[in-house]
Design a binder for this molecule. Structure first.
Ligand SMILES: C[S@@+](CC[C@H](N)C(=O)[O-])C[C@H]1O[C@@H](n2cnc3c(N)ncnc32)[C@H](O)[C@@H]1O
Ligand code: SF4
Ligand code: SF4
Length: 322
């Protein structure tokens, strides 16, 4: 289950990676195309926001930062009826970039997937924390899991190798990690894990408590084994080795948010990351001049993975060679 890029695009991506590193420019820019959402998650309050004052043209942001990866996120990005033209406009900006959409998956019909892929999406990340209908309850979207389990494997069989599960590893679903990896494998897709944080709405109940930590460490060690077995877990070993420590301390230094990854909200304001307030309008923001908050309060994959040591094995994983 390798990343679906042509050899030429892999070459262009590698060149751009080196250029961005040398010039200390952001590798990834997450664009929150909306804050609105139709789900009802208890760990995120975006769905309580109704503000419709949102940019319609995001191409200037892409031109200004020219990152390797553009993540279209939200809120729920697919709630925007003009998402496909937004994708197309970003694709049409000269130069290579890897475009991903992060979605709860509730609007993923076959037709919509085709439209997004034709417009230029390389990867569709579907948030998936449970391998069954508990996903519907978590998101407050009836029938969500069943619809995805009909649509996604069918589209993969038809050659759309664009899907990845984005899973938060929390106390609630730690024993679902293994079934989730197997489910992703049976659908022919990859899975990436991320940590839980309470910065979105203060909800503490999904953290791993000290009493559960030993159990959690065993789950993390098991996932590292499953990574070797199935080859579809995109997350670094270091992430699984470090996540229990983050849950113990609720703090981990070394975050480069605001420098190598930035977040832009629907009004064009730059936030160092999704969790912290805006610091400047995108047209005035200079990542190289920003010290970064490094608040250490989350272990989301977007901040954790850039910190993972670049071992020979990791290099192989990232380049798709192993
Ligand atoms: C804010 S959502 C936006 C995109 C889309 N609505 C979705 O849920 O996939 C982006 C990602 O953040 C994750 N997320 C939400 N609340 C979180 C929290 N409290 N801690 C860590 N990740 C969280 C979601 O599961 C999702 O994968
Ligand atoms: S995590 Fe995503 S789906 Fe859930 S409320 Fe937040 S934006 Fe919506
Ligand atoms: S650790 Fe980094 S990404 Fe996480 S909330 Fe703090 S600044 Fe943002």
């Amino acid at each position: 289950m390798k990343i679906a890029l042509s050899p030429m695009d892999k070459f262009r991506a590698a060149g751009k990676f080196v250029d961005l590193k040398l010039n200390r420019r952001p590798l990834s820019v997450s664009i929150e195309v909306t804050k609105r959402c139709n789900a009802r998650c208890d760990f995120c309050d975006y769905w309580k926001i109704s503000d419709r004052d949102e940019m319609t043209d995001f191409t200037d942001i892409v031109r200004r930062f020219d990152p390797l990866v553009v993540v279209l996120t939200g809120g729920e990005p697919m709630i925007r009826r003009d998402l496909v033209p937004i994708i197309q406009s970003i694709k049409d900006v000269p130069g290579f970039r890897y475009i991903t959409v992060l979605t709860h998956g509730g609007f993923l019909t076959e037709a919509k997937i085709r439209e997004m892929v034709n417009a230029g999406v390389h990867q569709i990340n579907i948030s998936m924390n449970y391998p069954d209908a508990r996903q519907d309850q978590e998101r407050g979207i009836p029938g969500l899991f069943e619809r995805l389990s009909k649509t996604v494997p069918k589209m993969v069989k038809e050659g759309h190798h664009v899907f990845t599960f984005a899973s938060m590893l929390m106390v609630d679903n730690m024993h679902d990690a293994e079934p989730l990896i197997r489910l992703a494998h049976s659908w022919g897709i990859n899975i990436a894990f991320s940590g839980y944080n309470d910065l979105k709405n203060g909800n503490q109940k999904h953290f791993v408590s000290p009493e559960k930590m030993e159990e959690f460490r065993k789950v993390c060690a098991r996932i590292i084994q499953l990574k070797r077995e199935y080859g579809n877990v995109m997350t670094s070993d270091w992430f699984f080795e470090t996540l229990p420590t983050f849950y113990e301390k609720r703090h981990l230094d070394g975050c480069t948010a605001g420098k190598y990854m930035i977040h832009v909200n629907p009004k064009g304001m730059v936030q160092p990351c999704a969790e912290l307030p805006a610091v400047a309008h995108y047209s005035e923001y200079v990542p190289q001049a920003y010290a970064g908050p490094n608040c250490g309060k989350c272990f989301d994959s977007c901040r954790a993975e850039p910190q993972a040591p670049l071992t020979l094995r990791r290099l192989g994983e990232l380049t798709g060679l192993i």
